[in-house]
Design a protein. Structure first.
Lengths: 510, 473
């Protein structure tokens, strides 16, 4: 087993602590009284987790494709089940994304959550522990436990603190994701029966028969495709996004959706490479449909949150597209796109939350012409909107460019169709921006408030500026200097491609 | 004969005797409750002391082995929990309270005898003791609210008697074929017979019907919802858990008689398991009464457990024992909530759950733990149990069975989630806070903690269960 791992040498179980600190923080939060103390406690715990994750970045050996900071303990010896955690270049970035987004989730709920604050903080912290667990598990069963266990806190976030249609949205979210991923369990059991191990890197080294691979691929794909989500399975996403509180939307968009993409990279490509190669045309077709349909649906929305939700479908289409192009640029672009989408869309949802706290409406029409009243807000909105459609100099430009290069080098038609997706993204984001900043065409606002002079809107406070400012820094940092991130994932991606190549060879010889 | 072999039986008999004398006098409700709880705790202690004993008693009709002793611990523990979740037994007719506790204990004694019985007629006798006790328990529901209990009791009795008839009929076939009623002898002769004689399979299935009824497995599930609905909440809590646990013990014993290669029998059991899951889950989707919903859910769970039993490998059998422990905890967690929310012992619907998390966050969390556990969402014992059962079935190559089972788990999510959704839904009229005693709080916390901890750390119990099924003939 140790051929795959570089055991943790930092002296303290850093990855396990990343899970234990939020979970323990949740239990302590149960005992705390007083809303302000609770919020501060939430920020302290999430910041501590974030601080703890920084040594991962600085101590990560970029010249190795092995799983680093690994820990391994016996868990259920009778089943050959070990508790194994570790990060490689692919999961490290997503772990960092999670730990950096979570403090913002607490900050953006500062005023929005008016009741049951204690439970909210507890659920949010448990959620963080489970999400980190998903990204660091190197054991299929452990992965599944976090993957499914995470549904319960997310369900509660939507069902208890959500908007008017939260019942519908939360049930739909739970049913879709649970039904999708139940087959993941069957695949995990099937792999265990045929190999006798739950250890993910070891599962990658077996050459399975092609038909067997196809079945496993189908089971994997169903569960990951619901989470991403790709086109025909995406309908839970707008409902969940619209009804969830801001923190819930941010978690959904920034982290939860990434788990689908991460699942493809961690499970489908290396474990069942032959089936992956066989299914590439279908997966690319589905990705293109997601990109284009997501873009068109976003174009027609009048609800800002819905618009961003549909834009997520399009952006995540680039992730699956890049993944299944099966070349270095495509996969690096896909991973980077996951991080970028997490930053940008998270920021956009925070923007929506901020304006909703002021006008109590998410309609574009009711929130138009804000440029006069909220210049700082509009500046941030502009930055993130530009970043969302991949304006050069922002983070999404880098990742979408990588995916596009990969697409054109593979098949010009695929490239041409994805260009259409990029154009659509520019269209719907610019429409949103134009109407929210300048538009004065429809003169009457909702809630009986007259536009312009009658309305009292205050600009961003210090807390809101800090949240958006941090994300804006990342937008430009990745936009201008993505080199460190690419360096982290480089070796792992190369290794992943070698594994896929092995599948190609295998298929020719069988 | 060593006296220690029979410690739990002796403890429960003495407990029944004490309670019998209690029925003759007049005691305050609180005293009766305290006496019964203490006695059940003593029985649990006795069962724990007797754990690990092995021996054959009463001319080889009574077998004390690891399997029976493990089940005795679970059953006496279950009895203790049932008494704990229903302090005061509010749903029971006041003047018969002493009798209620008496028959509760006798029923548990019957079940304890059942798991050790090693001869067909002994099995029937113990089963009758357990069944008739329940027959008396059901109509003891408070008359103020309901009169359905009489109907439920009659249904339980008539259907129970018919299944016992079917069971005896099946046993007569087996006796005719194998010339013995001792399980020890049957274990030697049956495997060959099951492979060659279709009649042996028919006999086996008919014999198992008696336990299908106890487990409420399809096609013996018909009246289960009516019985749950008609009986008091605490009776339903008892009826939905303890007899099923004992039935699983006997099914493990009897099915393993047929040997590992029981082709046709396995097919029949697999068919029944699938039908049971599907019928239970689909019917549960449209229920509004919580007890009826839990009844259909128990029919579905009978199907899941059956998969473990019919896998007939050590992991499968151990997993079904483990699953029943989980079922006990999860089901009683739900009944704990139902009992606390029904101050007069009435039947609850989804409307009674609305806004529960505002009225009592702990009860809502207990209900969520129970419901998510029953669905099989990690990290609960329900998930680990299902996972182990599916793994065992996959090892035997029952791929389709596993796929049908996970589809069923996905269906079942809907109605379990309906319970949680009702509990966590926002309502305008919040109603009053549910007053919880310290004891009720502790039990709620116990359920939440045990459902999660036994789910995350299953190895010690699985090791015990594997050890106990290894000793089967």
């Amino acid at each position: 087993m140790n051929n795959y791992l570089i055991l943790n040498t930092t002296g303290w179980p850093i990855l396990s602590l990343l899970m234990v600190i939020p979970a323990a923080g949740a239990f302590v939060a149960l005992l705390i009284r007083g809303d302000l103390v609770l919020k501060i406690w939430g920020v302290i715990v999430t910041l501590a987790t974030m601080a703890l994750s920084i040594p991962l970045y600085s101590g990560f050996a970029t010249d190795s494709a092995r799983y680093q900071f690994a820990e391994q303990y016996s868990w259920f010896p009778a089943l050959n089940l070990y508790y194994v955690v570790g990060v490689d270049g692919i999961s490290l970035l997503l772990v960092l994304l999670t730990t950096f987004i979570m403090p913002l989730c607490i900050l953006c709920s500062w005023q929005q959550i008016q009741y049951r604050l204690k439970e909210f903080i507890v659920v949010l912290l448990l959620m963080e522990a489970a999400m980190i667990g998903v990204f660091i598990s190197l054991n299929t069963l452990l992965f599944y436990i976090f993957w499914e266990g995470m549904l319960v806190p997310m369900y509660l976030i939507i069902a208890v603190w959500g908007g008017p249609r939260r019942d519908y949205a939360s049930i739909k979210f739970f049913l879709y994701t649970f039904s999708g991923s139940i087959f993941l369990l069957v695949a995990i059991i099937a792999l265990y029966i045929s190999t006798g191990t739950f250890f993910i890197p070891a599962l990658m080294d077996h050459g399975y028969p092609f038909v067997y691979q196809l079945w496993i691929f189908l089971a994997f794909t169903l569960s990951f495709a619901v989470k991403v989500p790709v086109y025909p399975l995406h309908t839970w996403l707008p409902a969940a996004h619209v009804e969830a509180p801001t923190a819930g939307s941010v978690i959904l968009a920034s982290i939860l959706l990434k788990m689908g993409g991460y699942g493809f990279l961690r499970f489908c490509l290396p474990i069942v490479p032959a089936a992956t190669i066989a299914c590439v045309p279908y997966m690319i077709a589905i990705s293109l449909v997601s990109i284009i349909v997501g873009g068109y649906l976003a174009l027609g929305q009048s609800d800002i949150k819905k618009l961003i939700a549909y834009s997520s479908v399009g952006h995540m289409g680039f992730v699956t597209l890049g993944t299944f192009l099966l070349n270095g640029q495509g996969i690096e672009g896909a991973i980077l796109q996951m991080v970028n989408h997490g930053i940008t869309t998270g920021a956009l949802f925070i923007c929506v939350g901020i304006i909703y706290e002021r006008t109590h409406s998410r309609e574009i029409g009711a929130n138009s012409a804000l440029g006069m009243m909220m210049p700082v807000y509009v500046t941030f909105l502009g930055i993130f909107s530009l970043s969302s459609f991949g304006f050069p100099g922002t983070n999404n430009f880098v990742s979408e460019f990588l995916v596009l290069v990969a697409a054109f080098s593979g098949n010009p038609l695929v490239g041409a169709l994805s260009i259409l997706g990029v154009t659509l993204a520019a269209a719907y984001m610019l429409r949103l921006l134009q109407r929210m900043v300048w538009d004065r065409s429809d003169g009457h606002g909702h809630h009986g408030v007259e536009k312009g002079e009658g309305r009292k809107l205050w600009d961003l406070g210090a807390r809101e500026c800090v949240m958006l400012g941090i994300l804006a820094v990342f937008v430009f940092w990745i936009g201008f200097y993505p080199r460190p991130l690419i360096a982290i994932m480089d070796k792992s991606v190369t290794h992943l491609l070698q594994q896929v190549e092995a599948g190609k060879v295998e298929r020719i010889f069988k | 004969m060593q006296i220690t072999l029979l410690l739990p039986e002796i403890a429960l008999s003495l407990a029944s005797l004490v309670l019998f004398f209690c029925t003759l006098g007049r005691f305050r409700d609180r005293t009766l409750q305290a006496i019964t709880t203490t006695l059940s705790l003593i029985s649990l202690g006795a069962a724990l002391c007797a754990y690990g004993q092995e021996g054959m008693l009463f001319f080889n009709t009574y077998r004390v082995d690891l399997l029976s002793q493990l089940f005795k611990v679970i059953i006496t523990f279950g009895l203790f929990l049932v008494l704990c979740i229903a302090p005061g037994s509010r749903g029971v007719e006041r003047k018969y309270l002493a009798e209620y506790y008496l028959f509760l204990t006798i029923g548990a004694m019957g079940l304890v005898l059942l798991v050790s019985s090693h001869e067909l007629l002994t099995i029937v006798m113990s089963l009758e003791i357990a069944s008739f006790a329940i027959c008396v328990l059901i109509p003891l529901r408070s008359l103020k609210l309901h009169r359905d209990q009489m109907e439920a009791a009659i249904k339980y009795f008539l259907f129970g008697v018919s299944t016992i008839g079917i069971m005896l009929f099946g046993m007569s076939y087996l006796f005719g074929l194998a010339n013995s009623t001792y399980l020890g002898d049957l274990a030697e002769r049956l495997p060959a017979l099951v492979r060659s004689e279709p009649l042996a399979v028919v006999g086996m299935v008919m014999m198992l019907c008696g336990f299908f009824y106890k487990l409420s497995l399809f096609p013996m599930h018909f009246l289960t919802p009516d019985i749950y609905e008609g009986s008091a909440n605490e009776t339903a809590a008892y009826y939905s858990t303890l007899p099923k646990i004992a039935a699983v013990a006997l099914l493990i014993r009897l099915v393993s008689l047929a040997g590992v290669e029981a082709g046709r029998l396995t097919w029949v059991l697999a068919l029944l398991a699938v039908l049971s899951m599907t019928v239970g889950n689909l019917a549960a989707l449209v229920q509004n009464d919580l007890k009826r919903l839990l009844a259909y859910s128990s029919i579905a769970h009978a199907g899941y457990v059956m998969i473990g039993i019919l896998s007939m490998n050590s992991l499968g059998l151990a997993a079904s024992v483990y699953y029943m422990l989980g079922y006990l905890l999860m089901n009683l967690a739900c009944f704990h909530v139902i009992y606390q929310l029904a101050p007069n012992g009435e039947n609850l619907t989804f409307d009674h759950l609305r806004g529960l998390y505002c009225r009592s966050p702990l009860l809502a969390a207990t209900l969520a733990a129970g419901a998510f556990g029953l669905t099989g969402i990690p990290p609960t014992i329900g998930f680990t149990g299902k996972f182990l059962i599916f793994t065992a079935a996959f090892q035997k190559g029952f791929h389709l069975l596993v796929i049908l089972a996970v589809v069923n788990a996905a269906i079942s999510l809907f109605f379990y989630l309906k319970m949680v959704r009702a509990a966590y839904s926002q309502v305008d009229d919040l109603g009053e806070a549910v007053p919880l005693t310290i004891q009720a709080r502790l039990i709620g916390l116990f359920f939440i903690a045990s459902i999660i901890l036994t789910g995350v750390l299953p190895q010690w119990f699985i090791a015990l269960a594997k050890e106990s099924v290894a000793g089967l003939p």
